[in-house]
Design a protein around this ligand. Structure first.
Ligand code: NAP
Length: 248
């Protein structure tokens, strides 16, 4: 089934890679972006092609507007865009608010908030029927941290995801009558490499058992929810946030 094209930011690893694989299996041509790990992105694209799907990769820092424009141009080359998974995001090393530098706060907000906004802007310009587009869906990857605040760990990250939640809420209502559904997914503790990037490689193993379900989640469990929200089975779902957090 040809569902058009989905752009997945940060689709080379972790949750984005799982969403990219599942979206391809469900019939989307996938344009996946990465920031520096070209090999991982290439391996995801190759696996999609080996399974009979269509995939392209493009290097793009979502915080850089020119990169975002280039990523969407690469998606356009695959066909009409019908979906966006705004997944790319970063954490930082454990720090209290009274230890944060302006550089760190700025980068956190640039990637997690500005990057998500820029991708939403470009997606709406292509998908919305008000712009002559075919209609479709946007999923924003937030975090349970937006509800919990991440005290003593990374309140800047949690606050950036709070902004993503609100972006989803407002954008969903802004474009609801233009054939675009917008939803947010809030993962809990998911076993990916993001924790190592924040200097806590054992975080999922350490904190997973404290979740009500007694374990960390997998990237594929989040990818499944993302792709459900993209598809017709979620046809009357917009402006909501789905927690994929094992009850956390
Ligand atoms: P991950 O394994 O670290 O993968 C992150 C992906 O984002 C990578 O593909 C990376 O590209 C890309 N990326 C990072 N910075 C980027 C930038 N500036 N521009 C473009 N791409 C960038 O992370 P993950 O755990 O899958 O997380 C994905 C999303 O889920 C994030 O938004 C994260 O905040 C959210 N989340 C994760 C968890 C969790 O426990 N894992 C929980 C809640 C929310 P490279 O491969 O090139 O480095």
């Amino acid at each position: 089934m040809d569902r058009g094209v989905v752009l997945v930011t940060g689709g080379g690893r972790g949750i984005g890679a799982a969403a990219a694989r599942r979206a391809a299996a469900a019939g989307w041509a996938v344009c996946l972006t990465y920031r520096e790990d070209e090999a991982s992105a290439g391996a995801v694209a190759e696996a999609i092609r080996a399974a009979g799907g269509t995939a392209a990769t493009v290097r793009a820092d979502v915080a850089a507007e020119d990169d975002v424009l280039a990523a969407f141009a690469a998606a356009d080359a695959l066909g009409p865009l019908t979906a966006l998974v705004a997944n790319a995001g970063i954490v930082g090393p454990r720090a209290r608010v009274d230890q944060l530098t302006a550089d760190r706060i700025g980068r956190m907000m640039a990637v997690n908030i500005t990057g998500t906004f820029l991708c939403c802007r470009e997606a709406v310009r292509r998908i919305s029927t008000a712009h002559g587009g075919p209609g479709g869906a946007i999923v924003l990857v937030s975090s349970a941290a937006a509800r919990l605040g991440s005290p003593g760990e990374y309140v800047d990250y949690a606050a950036s995801k709070g902004a993503v939640d609100t972006l989803g809420l407002g954008l969903a209502r802004e474009v609801a009558a233009e054939g675009v559904r917008v939803n947010v997914v809030r993962p809990g503790i998911i076993d990916t490499e993001i924790h190592a990037s924040g200097g806590q490689p054992d975080r999922a193993q350490r904190l997973g058992p404290a979740a009500p379900m007694g374990r960390a989640g997998t990237a594929d469990e989040v990818g499944a929810t993302i792709v459900w929200l993209l598809g017709d089975d979620a046809g009357y779902v917009t402006g909501t946030a789905v927690d994929v957090s094992g009850g956390r």
